[in-house]
Design a protein around this ligand. Structure first.
Ligand code: OAD
Length: 264
């Protein structure tokens, strides 16, 4: 594409839908059967940590059952082959972009496979459950046989004999929460995102409804600074009028086609 050097790509749940992960805004207004304020707010975590852990433990376990689709793979190819600047900003907490091979990537809403200790402020990779409520035979076997203690000594995330998570950095018990940006919290790396938006000459939004700020406002920032803007989604997003070009259909087909055009 002529005159394009610097690209910012925003992705949302729609890019992972064809991998088998549910999007957020279902017709019934519920998020996998829960009201959002019951599972995705700091207040919910204070009120009922077991419910919040149970919800995210199930979603973390689900990651092991899904694979990146051709849209993730196409963006990873673009990341590897694009000679100019590129930043993929994902709102998704799954790990499908990195599993496809993307490197110039940031997770503005955090990551399912990361834990954040509220006692020591440490963050670390966390692949298993964070609570005792999850049905996890491996964990209960490990607890009975003392494996969790061994794991803890080797610095890996684990649960104690009471089913509480143990911080691998400071050993605090039950203080690790999902490293996910909940409603009312500030998304990660906003300075870096703003700088990239100000300097890009192409902004592309893929698979997002444009319902949640600040991500929903990125298109206006980029456009105001003179970037061309492209939306790829199943249907017009809430901010579709701000896009110079709109392509509607399945991300698995449209993203691959767009990347091929760009790399010609
Ligand atoms: P949404 O569920 O709001 O929107 C997903 C969008 O993807 C919709 O516009 C769908 O039409 C579209 N879509 C679905 N399947 C698609 C496909 N196969 N190909 C292309 N598009 C498809 O999800 P997000 O916009 O990502 O925040 O939601 C934004 C944020 O709201 C999330 O990051 C999450 C949530 O609350 C936090 O967790 C903080």
């Amino acid at each position: 594409m002529p005159d394009t050097r610097s690209i910012v790509i925003l992705t949302g749940a729609g890019i992972s839908a064809e991998s088998g992960l549910q999007t957020f805004r279902a017709a019934d207004g519920l998020w996998e059967g829960h009201r959002v304020e019951d599972v995705a707010t700091p207040e919910a975590f204070v009120r009922d940590p077991a419910l919040v852990h149970q919800f995210y433990d199930a979603r973390r376990a689900r990651l092991r059952e899904v694979e990146p689709n051709s849209a993730h793979l196409a963006l990873a190819r673009l990341d590897a082959e694009w000679p100019g600047e590129l930043l993929i900003v994902t709102q998704n907490v799954d790990d499908l972009h990195e599993r496809a091979g993307a490197r110039r990537l940031l997770h503005m809403h955090g990551e399912l496979a990361s834990g954040w200790c509220l006692a020591c402020d440490g963050r670390f990779r966390w692949d298993g459950p964070m609570s005792s409520k999850s049905d996890c035979p491996e964990r209960s076997r490990g607890t009975q046989e003392g494996v969790s203690t061994l794991r803890r000594r080797s610095g890996e995330p684990s649960l104690d004999t009471n089913g509480l998570n143990l911080c691998p950095a400071c050993n605090a018990s039950g203080m690790v929460r999902p490293d996910i940006v909940w409603f009312g919290e500030m998304p990660y790396e906003m300075d870096r995102i703003e700088a990239a938006l100000m300097g890009c000459d192409l902004f592309v939004s893929i698979g997002t409804s444009g319902a949640v700020y600040p991500a929903a406002g990125f298109v206006q920032t980029a456009k105001y600074r003179g970037a061309r803007t492209l939306e790829i989604n199943l249907e017009p997003s809430q901010g579709s009028i701000f896009f110079d070009e709109r392509r509607y259909g399945l991300a698995s087909e449209l993203v691959q086609k767009w990347v091929e055009e760009l790399l010609l």
